[in-house]
Design a protein. Structure first.
Length: 177
């Protein structure tokens, strides 16, 4: 099944391929053009006008989120390669051996750079990627972590400050004598 999904993803994924992948993973969309007209939450967030979603990116986001609603997502030997296939097309870059457990959420996949190899994401991660997030080599992120690239005051949520976040592995210090 992963080979079939890889072949479908190589097409874009367009609406027809996305519909078929959703069917394969057990989360089919109802008919009547719902997939064509579907919009994702991120398209209503600040920065959405700057970080435009192509139909392809929208479909990849839908596939990423829908997968965690399928029983198939519980099968690690399927889930890790499936998420890696989506990440390689959805993220800015995705290094080798990327592994993400379930319920990893992000709002703008195109602003997520998994530039390093051997990155492992535990379950429940939320990354606000509005200003960009970069994960370096051998980064591991724990359960239910929240990473934000913006802040705002309590008095006015419209006034926001954005800054990119880079996460690199800890450097071991040399013991002193």
């Amino acid at each position: 099944m992963l080979r079939d999904i890889r072949d479908l993803l190589s097409r874009g994924p367009d609406e027809e391929a996305t519909d078929e992948i959703l069917r394969l993973i057990g989360v089919p969309m109802p008919g009547n053009g719902l997939l064509r007209d579907a919009r994702i939450y991120s398209e209503y967030l600040p920065k959405a006008k700057e970080l435009i979603f192509t139909p392809e990116k929208r479909h990849l986001h839908l596939l990423w989120d829908a997968f965690d609603r399928s029983p198939l997502s519980l099968s690690v030997n399927f889930a890790f390669p499936f998420r890696r296939m989506i990440a390689c097309q959805l993220f800015s870059t995705c290094g080798k051996n990327f592994c993400a457990e379930g319920d990893m959420r992000f709002n703008f996949g195109q602003n997520l750079t998994v530039g390093g190899d051997d990155v492992f994401i535990n379950r429940g991660l939320f990354i606000d990627t509005k200003a960009g997030v970069t994960l370096g080599n051998a980064v591991g992120i724990g359960d239910f972590v929240r990473i934000f690239t913006h802040s705002h005051g309590e008095a006015n949520h419209e006034e926001r400050t954005y800054a990119p976040v880079t996460i690199e592995p800890m450097r071991r210090s040399t013991p002193t004598q």
